[in-house]
Design a protein around this ligand. Structure first.
Ligand SMILES: Cc1cc2nc3c(=O)[nH]c(=O)nc-3n(C[C@H](O)[C@H](O)[C@H](O)COP(=O)(O)OP(=O)(O)OC[C@H]3O[C@@H](n4cnc5c(N)ncnc54)[C@H](O)[C@@H]3O)c2cc1C
Length: 303
Protein backbone atom coordinates (compact mmCIF):
# COMPACT_ATOMS: atom_id res chain seq x y z
CA UNK A 1 0.00 0.00 0.00
CA UNK A 2 1.61 3.26 -1.17
CA UNK A 3 -1.02 5.78 -0.07
CA UNK A 4 -4.19 5.87 2.01
CA UNK A 5 -5.90 7.97 -0.65
CA UNK A 6 -5.17 8.79 -4.25
CA UNK A 7 -7.08 11.76 -5.63
CA UNK A 8 -7.32 11.91 -9.42
CA UNK A 9 -7.54 15.55 -10.51
CA UNK A 10 -6.04 18.76 -9.17
CA UNK A 11 -8.89 21.21 -9.66
CA UNK A 12 -10.98 22.83 -6.90
CA UNK A 13 -12.65 19.50 -5.96
CA UNK A 14 -9.46 17.41 -5.85
CA UNK A 15 -7.37 19.99 -3.98
CA UNK A 16 -10.14 20.59 -1.43
CA UNK A 17 -10.51 16.84 -0.87
CA UNK A 18 -6.74 16.69 -0.30
CA UNK A 19 -6.93 19.40 2.39
CA UNK A 20 -9.53 17.31 4.25
CA UNK A 21 -7.79 13.93 3.90
CA UNK A 22 -4.39 15.36 4.90
CA UNK A 23 -5.93 17.04 7.94
CA UNK A 24 -7.25 13.59 8.91
CA UNK A 25 -3.63 12.31 8.73
CA UNK A 26 -4.25 10.18 5.65
CA UNK A 27 -1.27 9.80 3.34
CA UNK A 28 -2.55 11.53 0.22
CA UNK A 29 -1.37 11.65 -3.39
CA UNK A 30 -2.97 13.99 -5.93
CA UNK A 31 -2.42 12.96 -9.54
CA UNK A 32 -2.97 15.72 -12.07
CA UNK A 33 -3.21 15.30 -15.83
CA UNK A 34 -2.76 18.47 -17.81
CA UNK A 35 -3.85 21.33 -15.61
CA UNK A 36 -2.97 21.87 -11.98
CA UNK A 37 -5.85 24.00 -10.73
CA UNK A 38 -8.30 22.57 -13.27
CA UNK A 39 -10.70 24.67 -15.30
CA UNK A 40 -10.74 27.33 -12.59
CA UNK A 41 -7.03 27.96 -13.26
CA UNK A 42 -7.82 28.52 -16.94
CA UNK A 43 -10.38 31.22 -16.15
CA UNK A 44 -8.96 34.73 -16.12
CA UNK A 45 -11.38 36.05 -13.48
CA UNK A 46 -13.70 34.46 -10.93
CA UNK A 47 -16.17 36.91 -9.39
CA UNK A 48 -18.57 34.54 -7.64
CA UNK A 49 -16.31 32.58 -5.31
CA UNK A 50 -17.10 33.68 -1.73
CA UNK A 51 -14.41 35.43 0.27
CA UNK A 52 -13.07 37.54 -2.60
CA UNK A 53 -15.45 40.53 -2.83
CA UNK A 54 -13.41 42.17 -5.61
CA UNK A 55 -13.10 38.89 -7.54
CA UNK A 56 -9.86 37.00 -8.07
CA UNK A 57 -7.86 35.71 -11.03
CA UNK A 58 -8.39 31.97 -11.56
CA UNK A 59 -4.66 31.03 -11.44
CA UNK A 60 -4.22 33.07 -8.22
CA UNK A 61 -7.19 31.35 -6.53
CA UNK A 62 -6.00 27.89 -7.54
CA UNK A 63 -2.42 28.66 -6.48
CA UNK A 64 -3.85 29.29 -3.00
CA UNK A 65 -5.74 25.96 -3.03
CA UNK A 66 -2.55 24.18 -4.03
CA UNK A 67 -0.42 25.83 -1.33
CA UNK A 68 -3.01 24.99 1.32
CA UNK A 69 -3.15 21.32 0.25
CA UNK A 70 0.66 21.09 0.19
CA UNK A 71 0.96 22.84 3.56
CA UNK A 72 -1.11 20.02 5.06
CA UNK A 73 1.12 17.39 3.43
CA UNK A 74 -0.50 16.51 0.11
CA UNK A 75 1.89 15.12 -2.46
CA UNK A 76 1.11 16.34 -5.97
CA UNK A 77 2.39 14.64 -9.13
CA UNK A 78 1.72 15.66 -12.74
CA UNK A 79 0.66 12.29 -14.15
CA UNK A 80 -2.34 11.36 -16.29
CA UNK A 81 -4.25 8.35 -14.92
CA UNK A 82 -5.21 5.74 -17.51
CA UNK A 83 -6.78 2.94 -15.43
CA UNK A 84 -8.05 1.92 -12.00
CA UNK A 85 -8.04 -1.72 -10.90
CA UNK A 86 -10.44 -2.65 -8.11
CA UNK A 87 -8.59 -5.15 -5.89
CA UNK A 88 -11.33 -5.18 -3.23
CA UNK A 89 -10.13 -3.34 -0.14
CA UNK A 90 -7.19 -1.97 -2.14
CA UNK A 91 -7.22 -0.12 -5.48
CA UNK A 92 -4.43 0.07 -8.03
CA UNK A 93 -4.07 3.33 -9.93
CA UNK A 94 -2.24 3.05 -13.22
CA UNK A 95 -0.87 6.35 -14.46
CA UNK A 96 1.19 7.08 -17.57
CA UNK A 97 4.48 6.82 -15.70
CA UNK A 98 3.74 5.00 -12.46
CA UNK A 99 1.44 2.67 -10.51
CA UNK A 100 0.12 3.31 -7.02
CA UNK A 101 -1.76 1.05 -4.61
CA UNK A 102 -4.09 2.77 -2.16
CA UNK A 103 -7.04 2.13 0.15
CA UNK A 104 -9.42 4.72 -1.32
CA UNK A 105 -9.74 6.80 -4.48
CA UNK A 106 -11.42 10.13 -5.12
CA UNK A 107 -12.34 10.80 -8.75
CA UNK A 108 -12.08 14.55 -9.40
CA UNK A 109 -11.27 14.68 -13.12
CA UNK A 110 -13.83 17.38 -13.88
CA UNK A 111 -14.86 18.11 -17.43
CA UNK A 112 -12.97 18.68 -20.67
CA UNK A 113 -13.79 20.84 -23.70
CA UNK A 114 -16.09 19.41 -26.35
CA UNK A 115 -14.71 19.15 -29.91
CA UNK A 116 -16.32 20.44 -33.11
CA UNK A 117 -15.28 17.34 -35.09
CA UNK A 118 -14.71 19.19 -38.37
CA UNK A 119 -12.04 18.86 -41.05
CA UNK A 120 -8.75 20.48 -39.98
CA UNK A 121 -9.59 20.74 -36.26
CA UNK A 122 -7.08 18.08 -35.17
CA UNK A 123 -4.50 19.07 -37.80
CA UNK A 124 -4.32 22.71 -36.66
CA UNK A 125 -4.54 22.02 -32.92
CA UNK A 126 -1.75 24.10 -31.35
CA UNK A 127 -1.18 25.82 -34.71
CA UNK A 128 -4.18 28.12 -34.54
CA UNK A 129 -6.87 25.92 -32.99
CA UNK A 130 -7.27 26.08 -29.22
CA UNK A 131 -9.88 25.19 -26.59
CA UNK A 132 -8.82 27.90 -24.13
CA UNK A 133 -8.52 31.58 -24.99
CA UNK A 134 -7.22 32.51 -21.57
CA UNK A 135 -4.38 29.98 -21.97
CA UNK A 136 -3.39 30.61 -25.59
CA UNK A 137 -4.92 33.99 -26.46
CA UNK A 138 -1.68 35.90 -25.95
CA UNK A 139 -0.19 34.17 -29.02
CA UNK A 140 -2.68 36.01 -31.22
CA UNK A 141 -1.82 39.64 -30.48
CA UNK A 142 -2.99 41.89 -33.33
CA UNK A 143 -4.35 38.94 -35.37
CA UNK A 144 -7.97 38.23 -36.30
CA UNK A 145 -9.51 35.32 -34.39
CA UNK A 146 -12.85 33.54 -34.08
CA UNK A 147 -14.61 32.05 -31.07
CA UNK A 148 -17.16 29.28 -31.64
CA UNK A 149 -20.02 29.05 -29.15
CA UNK A 150 -22.92 30.94 -27.65
CA UNK A 151 -22.61 30.28 -23.93
CA UNK A 152 -21.05 32.21 -21.06
CA UNK A 153 -17.56 30.84 -21.71
CA UNK A 154 -17.60 31.70 -25.42
CA UNK A 155 -18.75 35.27 -24.87
CA UNK A 156 -16.33 35.79 -21.96
CA UNK A 157 -13.49 34.50 -24.14
CA UNK A 158 -14.52 36.84 -26.97
CA UNK A 159 -14.43 39.83 -24.61
CA UNK A 160 -11.04 38.69 -23.33
CA UNK A 161 -9.68 38.31 -26.88
CA UNK A 162 -11.03 41.73 -27.93
CA UNK A 163 -8.29 43.27 -25.74
CA UNK A 164 -5.61 41.25 -27.55
CA UNK A 165 -6.63 40.47 -31.13
CA UNK A 166 -7.21 42.84 -34.07
CA UNK A 167 -10.70 41.46 -34.70
CA UNK A 168 -12.89 38.85 -33.01
CA UNK A 169 -15.71 36.91 -34.63
CA UNK A 170 -18.22 35.04 -32.48
CA UNK A 171 -19.74 32.16 -34.44
CA UNK A 172 -22.95 30.74 -32.98
CA UNK A 173 -24.88 27.99 -34.70
CA UNK A 174 -28.25 29.45 -33.65
CA UNK A 175 -29.91 32.84 -33.22
CA UNK A 176 -30.16 32.70 -29.41
CA UNK A 177 -27.26 32.86 -26.97
CA UNK A 178 -27.23 31.07 -23.63
CA UNK A 179 -24.60 33.54 -22.34
CA UNK A 180 -25.65 36.03 -19.69
CA UNK A 181 -27.22 39.19 -21.10
CA UNK A 182 -24.72 41.55 -19.45
CA UNK A 183 -21.70 40.00 -21.19
CA UNK A 184 -23.62 39.58 -24.43
CA UNK A 185 -24.46 43.30 -24.50
CA UNK A 186 -20.79 44.11 -23.89
CA UNK A 187 -19.91 41.93 -26.88
CA UNK A 188 -22.50 43.58 -29.15
CA UNK A 189 -21.23 47.02 -28.01
CA UNK A 190 -17.57 46.17 -28.68
CA UNK A 191 -16.36 47.57 -32.05
CA UNK A 192 -13.81 44.80 -32.44
CA UNK A 193 -16.36 41.99 -32.08
CA UNK A 194 -18.52 40.84 -35.00
CA UNK A 195 -21.25 38.35 -34.13
CA UNK A 196 -22.32 35.77 -36.69
CA UNK A 197 -25.45 33.81 -35.83
CA UNK A 198 -26.99 30.75 -37.51
CA UNK A 199 -23.51 29.82 -38.74
CA UNK A 200 -21.56 26.63 -38.20
CA UNK A 201 -17.88 25.96 -38.83
CA UNK A 202 -17.45 23.34 -41.54
CA UNK A 203 -13.67 23.39 -42.06
CA UNK A 204 -10.47 24.75 -40.57
CA UNK A 205 -7.98 25.78 -43.28
CA UNK A 206 -4.31 26.69 -43.54
CA UNK A 207 -0.82 25.61 -44.59
CA UNK A 208 1.55 25.12 -41.69
CA UNK A 209 -0.59 27.47 -39.56
CA UNK A 210 -4.31 28.26 -39.54
CA UNK A 211 -5.25 30.95 -42.06
CA UNK A 212 -9.06 30.78 -42.25
CA UNK A 213 -12.22 28.94 -41.28
CA UNK A 214 -15.12 28.03 -43.53
CA UNK A 215 -18.53 28.77 -42.07
CA UNK A 216 -21.93 27.77 -43.42
CA UNK A 217 -25.28 29.46 -42.88
CA UNK A 218 -27.50 26.80 -41.29
CA UNK A 219 -30.63 28.32 -42.87
CA UNK A 220 -29.46 29.01 -46.45
CA UNK A 221 -26.47 26.66 -46.76
CA UNK A 222 -24.36 29.57 -48.08
CA UNK A 223 -20.63 29.30 -47.28
CA UNK A 224 -18.19 32.04 -46.31
CA UNK A 225 -14.47 32.07 -45.56
CA UNK A 226 -13.36 34.04 -42.52
CA UNK A 227 -9.66 35.02 -42.56
CA UNK A 228 -8.54 34.23 -38.99
CA UNK A 229 -5.29 33.05 -37.44
CA UNK A 230 -6.83 31.73 -34.24
CA UNK A 231 -9.91 29.60 -33.63
CA UNK A 232 -11.10 29.11 -30.06
CA UNK A 233 -13.66 26.34 -29.66
CA UNK A 234 -15.93 26.92 -26.68
CA UNK A 235 -18.98 24.74 -27.23
CA UNK A 236 -19.36 23.17 -23.84
CA UNK A 237 -17.84 20.49 -21.70
CA UNK A 238 -17.95 16.74 -21.48
CA UNK A 239 -17.13 14.42 -18.56
CA UNK A 240 -13.44 13.43 -18.32
CA UNK A 241 -14.51 9.95 -17.25
CA UNK A 242 -13.44 7.72 -20.16
CA UNK A 243 -11.18 5.48 -18.09
CA UNK A 244 -13.77 4.80 -15.35
CA UNK A 245 -16.71 4.01 -17.62
CA UNK A 246 -17.72 0.42 -16.93
CA UNK A 247 -16.01 0.51 -13.52
CA UNK A 248 -18.30 2.92 -11.66
CA UNK A 249 -21.87 3.75 -12.55
CA UNK A 250 -22.20 6.79 -14.86
CA UNK A 251 -25.20 8.64 -16.31
CA UNK A 252 -26.03 8.79 -20.03
CA UNK A 253 -23.59 11.69 -20.52
CA UNK A 254 -20.73 9.87 -18.80
CA UNK A 255 -20.86 11.77 -15.49
CA UNK A 256 -20.25 9.66 -12.37
CA UNK A 257 -23.29 8.90 -10.22
CA UNK A 258 -22.81 9.34 -6.45
CA UNK A 259 -24.95 9.62 -3.37
CA UNK A 260 -24.98 12.85 -1.37
CA UNK A 261 -21.87 11.74 0.53
CA UNK A 262 -19.90 11.28 -2.73
CA UNK A 263 -19.89 7.44 -2.64
CA UNK A 264 -19.88 5.91 -6.14
CA UNK A 265 -21.28 2.47 -6.94
CA UNK A 266 -17.95 0.87 -5.87
CA UNK A 267 -16.94 0.83 -2.16
CA UNK A 268 -13.71 2.78 -1.69
CA UNK A 269 -14.18 4.89 -4.83
CA UNK A 270 -15.60 8.37 -4.31
CA UNK A 271 -16.23 11.22 -6.76
CA UNK A 272 -16.36 15.01 -6.37
CA UNK A 273 -16.81 18.15 -8.45
CA UNK A 274 -17.71 18.53 -12.12
CA UNK A 275 -17.16 14.82 -12.84
CA UNK A 276 -20.31 14.06 -10.81
CA UNK A 277 -23.75 13.73 -12.33
CA UNK A 278 -25.41 16.99 -11.20
CA UNK A 279 -27.10 20.05 -12.65
CA UNK A 280 -24.78 22.98 -11.91
CA UNK A 281 -20.99 23.00 -12.11
CA UNK A 282 -19.22 25.81 -10.30
CA UNK A 283 -16.10 26.27 -8.17
CA UNK A 284 -18.16 26.75 -5.00
CA UNK A 285 -20.02 23.44 -5.30
CA UNK A 286 -16.88 21.60 -6.50
CA UNK A 287 -15.28 22.74 -3.24
CA UNK A 288 -18.32 21.50 -1.27
CA UNK A 289 -18.13 18.12 -3.01
CA UNK A 290 -14.38 17.90 -2.36
CA UNK A 291 -14.84 18.57 1.34
CA UNK A 292 -17.61 15.96 1.56
CA UNK A 293 -15.53 13.38 -0.33
CA UNK A 294 -12.58 13.99 2.01
CA UNK A 295 -14.80 13.47 5.07
CA UNK A 296 -16.45 10.36 3.60
CA UNK A 297 -13.09 8.78 2.76
CA UNK A 298 -11.92 9.42 6.31
CA UNK A 299 -15.04 7.73 7.73
CA UNK A 300 -14.75 4.83 5.27
CA UNK A 301 -11.11 4.14 6.15
CA UNK A 302 -11.85 4.28 9.91
CA UNK A 303 -14.55 1.64 9.45
C1 LIG B 1 -14.19 28.90 -19.29
C2 LIG B 1 -14.75 28.56 -17.91
C3 LIG B 1 -15.09 29.60 -17.05
C4 LIG B 1 -15.59 29.29 -15.77
N1 LIG B 1 -15.90 30.34 -14.93
C5 LIG B 1 -16.36 30.05 -13.68
C6 LIG B 1 -16.65 31.12 -12.77
O1 LIG B 1 -16.51 32.31 -13.08
N2 LIG B 1 -17.10 30.77 -11.51
C7 LIG B 1 -17.27 29.47 -11.11
O2 LIG B 1 -17.65 29.23 -9.96
N3 LIG B 1 -17.00 28.45 -11.97
C8 LIG B 1 -16.56 28.71 -13.23
N4 LIG B 1 -16.29 27.69 -14.10
C9 LIG B 1 -16.55 26.30 -13.64
C10 LIG B 1 -15.40 25.82 -12.74
O3 LIG B 1 -14.16 26.09 -13.36
C11 LIG B 1 -15.57 24.33 -12.48
O4 LIG B 1 -16.85 24.09 -11.93
C12 LIG B 1 -14.52 23.81 -11.50
O5 LIG B 1 -13.21 24.07 -11.97
C13 LIG B 1 -14.71 22.31 -11.28
O6 LIG B 1 -13.69 21.82 -10.49
P1 LIG B 1 -13.26 20.27 -10.53
O7 LIG B 1 -12.14 20.16 -9.58
O8 LIG B 1 -14.44 19.41 -10.35
O9 LIG B 1 -12.78 19.99 -12.04
P2 LIG B 1 -11.72 20.68 -12.96
O10 LIG B 1 -11.52 22.08 -12.60
O11 LIG B 1 -12.17 20.37 -14.37
O12 LIG B 1 -10.36 19.89 -12.67
C14 LIG B 1 -10.16 18.60 -13.14
C15 LIG B 1 -8.75 18.16 -12.85
O13 LIG B 1 -8.61 16.78 -13.20
C16 LIG B 1 -7.44 16.58 -13.98
N5 LIG B 1 -7.63 15.38 -14.78
C17 LIG B 1 -8.55 15.10 -15.74
N6 LIG B 1 -8.39 13.85 -16.21
C18 LIG B 1 -7.34 13.32 -15.54
C19 LIG B 1 -6.68 12.06 -15.58
N7 LIG B 1 -7.04 11.09 -16.41
N8 LIG B 1 -5.62 11.87 -14.75
C20 LIG B 1 -5.22 12.83 -13.88
N9 LIG B 1 -5.82 14.04 -13.81
C21 LIG B 1 -6.86 14.28 -14.62
C22 LIG B 1 -7.32 17.89 -14.77
O14 LIG B 1 -6.01 18.08 -15.28
C23 LIG B 1 -7.66 18.89 -13.64
O15 LIG B 1 -6.55 19.09 -12.82
C24 LIG B 1 -15.78 27.96 -15.37
C25 LIG B 1 -15.43 26.91 -16.25
C26 LIG B 1 -14.93 27.20 -17.51
C27 LIG B 1 -14.56 26.07 -18.44
Amino acid sequence: MDYDVVIIGGGPAGLTAAIYTCRANLKTLVLVGEVLGGNAALTDRIDNYPGFPEGIEGPDLMGRFRRQAENFGAEIKMEEVVRIEDLGSLKKIVAETGEYVCRAVILAMGAKRRKLNVKGEEEFLGRGVSYCATCDGAFFGKSPVAIVGGGDSAVKEALYMADIASKVYIINWMEEFTANQKDLKKAYDNDKIEIKVNKEVTAVNGDSLLTSVTIKDVLTGEEEILPVEGLFISIGLTAASDFVKGLVETDEDGYVITDENMHTSIPGIFAAGDIRSKKWRQVANAVGDGAMAGISVTEYLKE
